[in-house]
Design a protein around this ligand. Structure first.
Ligand code: TXA
Ligand code: MG
Length: 343
């Protein structure tokens, strides 16, 4: 595992980045930081390379991967067309936490990247380490989050090591990631852009530049056939079951007391402002409720922290579904398997 400063200068050469790029060119997999979460990269044009991602993660093979590029000019050679909404979104939010679904060009990507679909998700990450590695490799890089399938996504190199040590060639350590939840996935192949996965770029930000944007209705209920194949799998889950509580302080405490009476060790996932609201075996804050970006940034690390404890059950507070709150609630609902207890 190599350490690089997260503010690498794009114009300088770093041995760690050169090494990582070489590994990618040899069709091996390597993990690196992006602005959202750590990604597990592989040459997106090689079946052999992409197969290694699925193997290392234990990921179901019908779940397509996001392709990462290091400059906007690369895009034209990879997709069938660039619709005008997509073009507007790229101007506004690339590099950044926004993945756009395009009609893919035939025979460019490994079928293992697209899972046989005629579309492909592409993004240009806003992280100097990621950009430098992709640039140096000179390849489009497929990169899912660098966690074991089903676990919370990694926001530090240590998380990657915890999950994938011995299964990958290495991890480039660029410190903690900034956004903390994955990129927003937006489908621009239809009439109106549709959010398939909420993430770092908010619905409000998208609407600011392209007008009306829809949210894939299957995200809400956690039922139906999601357009983003990855959304149907259990995700982000700590080892102990998580329950979202749609209720008051008293409702949460009552649930905690009931479970404690049954002899269980109980955890509560809350925010800085409410740390002293509850009595439980482990109370963890993900961030500040008055700034949901801080909750997004530390959500996965907090879910992982419950795994290092001995709690048997976790009660989590709800968040308003505005701004990045939509992504936070989506990840919490998935971590909870859509179990919501009404107070
Ligand atoms: O922030 C991120 O996007 C991170 C970092 C590493 O860049 N990557 C990431 O990749 O989250 P992954 O593979 O864990 O998530 C990819 C998501 C899945 O929900 C997948 O179903 C969806 O994007 N996706 C990929 N290609 C698609 C396509 N052609 N059509 C619909 N959904 C697609
Ligand atoms: Mg993932």
């Amino acid at each position: 595992h190599w350490v690089v400063e997260s503010d690498v200068d794009k114009n300088k050469s770093y041995p760690q980045i050169v090494d990582a790029a070489k590994i990618l060119q040899q069709d091996e997999v390597v993990a690196f930081p992006t602005e959202t979460v750590y990604g597990l990269g592989a040459n997106a044009t090689s079946d052999t390379a992409v197969e290694k991602i699925f193997k290392a993660k234990g990921r179901p093979s019908d779940n397509p991967l996001i392709v990462h590029i290091s400059n906007k000019e690369q895009l034209e050679g990879l997709v069938e067309e660039i619709p005008s909404d997509a073009s507007t979104l790229i101007d506004a939010y690339w590099p950044g936490p926004l993945t756009i679904i395009f009609k893919n060009k035939e025979n460019v990507f490994s079928e293992r990247v697209t899972a046989g679909l005629d579309t492909v998700g592409i993004r240009m990450p806003d992280h100097p380490v990621a950009l430098s590695i992709i640039e140096a490799a000179g390849l489009p890089i497929a990169a899912p989050s660098a966690n074991r399938s089903g676990k919370p996504s990694p926001t530090t190199a240590q998380h990657v090591i915890d999950d994938l040590d011995g299964r990958i060639a290495g991890v480039v350590d660029g410190g903690e990631t900034g956004v903390g939840v994955e990129s927003t996935v937006v489908d621009c192949t239809g009439e109106i852009p549709v959010i398939l996965r909420p993430g770092g770029i908010t619905k409000e930000q998208l609407e600011e530049v392209v007008g009306k944007v829809e949210v894939d209705p299957s995200l809400k209920e956690g039922k139906g056939a999601p357009k983003s194949p990855g959304m149907k799998y259990t995700h982000y889950a700590p080892d102990a079951p998580v329950y979202l509580v749609d209720g008051t302080k008293e409702d949460v405490q009552r649930l905690v007391d009931e479970k404690k009476a049954e002899g269980l060790k109980v955890g509560v996932l809350t925010t800085e402002e409410r740390m002293d609201w509850y009595q439980a075996d482990l109370i963890l804050s993900a961030g500040r409720r008055d700034d949901l970006r801080t909750v997004a940034q530390h959500l996965y690390d907090t879910l992982r922290a419950f795994n290092r404890s001995n709690v048997d059950i976790i009660f989590a507070e709800m968040f308003p579904e505005e701004g990045v709150g939509l992504a936070i609630m989506n990840r919490l609902q998935k971590a909870a398997g859509y179990r919501v207890i009404k107070g």
